[in-house]
Write a protein that binds this ligand. Structure first.
Ligand SMILES: Cc1cc2nc3c(=O)[nH]c(=O)nc-3n(C[C@H](O)[C@H](O)[C@H](O)COP(=O)(O)OP(=O)(O)OC[C@H]3O[C@@H](n4cnc5c(N)ncnc54)[C@H](O)[C@@H]3O)c2cc1C
Ligand code: FES
Length: 261
């Protein structure tokens, strides 16, 4: 159990909840923790920050009762943390293009910092429906510098008008991109997969599925032959090649039935 140290409002729906945890502070970019909101539920969350002093955070959008309660957390409240779990993103010197939407920016923020530290070229595209939906613009600007940060809004209220996938596609065509990293709505990630594979660019995505155990036992988090908690949550183009009838198309509900993504 860990005590919440602060809760920061990021935009009109999303909050970042901070806590101290030594084990989570040793995480690698893209790893997640199972967060227990007492009296409600336990659910997976990407680590959006972690530092050498043990300060960590998760960045939460309220969907159901558990995450709805978590965004209201106050300093001193207790939350349960298990982990960190899962396969992280690859961190090397390849020229990287990071594309994120919504809470998908959460695992991309520590990734951007790690890639810059590694010495690679890093560009970031942040997408949102409208200006008030954008997440981590300032934090990403500090991580990768202004000229490497690109914003898109579907309604054109800020940055480039259009989808992040359209801007990413032109950047992949114009620039020398070695690897695309993405997290966000699965339809966006599937489009980016198709664009990247066609362009012969490496691809890694952090996917979301309902998780119960988080450690490869219960089988609730399948994506094709992969168990997302154990083999992901970061999957690369090779992992996804045999799951294209599910990736961006289908996922399982809590009872195990397939539903549309
Ligand atoms: C590896 C991993 C990392 C994740 N990281 C984050 C993160 O950083 N921040 C974050 O906010 N969430 C993240 N999630 C999703 C998060 O676990 C769920 O949003 C959470 O389980 C919701 O729990 P709940 O009990 O509040 O809602 P539930 O009671 O589980 O769901 C309530 C309703 O909302 C729907 N719903 C729940 N989650 C989503 C979703 N993501 N998209 C669309 N509909 C949804 C459900 O289908 C259901 O109808 C991550 C998931 C995975 C697998
Ligand atoms: S959550 Fe149980 S196997 Fe993945």
């Amino acid at each position: 159990m860990r005590r919440v140290t602060k809760n920061v409002r990021e935009n009109r729906t999303i909050n970042t909840v901070y806590f101290n945890d030594e084990e989570s502070s040793r995480a690698r970019p893209g790893q997640f923790v199972m967060v227990w909101e007492p009296g409600y539920d336990e659910f997976p969350m990407s680590l959006s920050n972690y530092d050498s002093k043990g300060l960590c955070s998760v960045t939460v959008k309220p969907w159901g009762p558990g995450s709805g309660e978590m965004v209201k957390a106050r300093r001193g409240d207790l939350i349960g943390i298990r982990g960190p779990y899962g396969r992280p993103f690859t961190v090397d010197k390849s020229s990287a293009l990071l594309v994120g939407g919504g809470t998908g920016l959460a695992p991309l923020l520590p990734l951007a910092k790690a890639l810059v530290k590694e010495g690679g070229r890093v560009a970031v595209v942040i997408g949102g429906r409208s200006k008030p939906d954008l997440l981590f613009e300032e934090q990403m600007r500090r991580a990768v510098r202004r000229k490497n940060l690109f914003i898109t809004t579907d309604d054109g209220t800020y940055g480039h008008k259009g989808f992040p996938t359209d801007l990413a596609e032109s950047m992949i065509k114009e620039r020398r991109v070695g690897r695309v990293y993405t997290c966000g709505p699965e339809i966006m990630m599937r489009k980016l997969y198709d664009i990247s594979v066609t362009a012969g660019v490496e691809f890694e995505a952090s996917l979301e599925r309902g998780m119960k155990c988080g450690i490869g036992i219960c089988g609730s988090c399948t994506v094709g032959k992969n168990l997302l908690c154990r083999d992901g949550a970061v999957l690369d183009a090779k992992d996804l090649k045999d799951s294209l009838d599910e990736f961006g198309v289908l996922q399982r509900d809590q009872s195990g039935r397939y539903i549309k993504v």
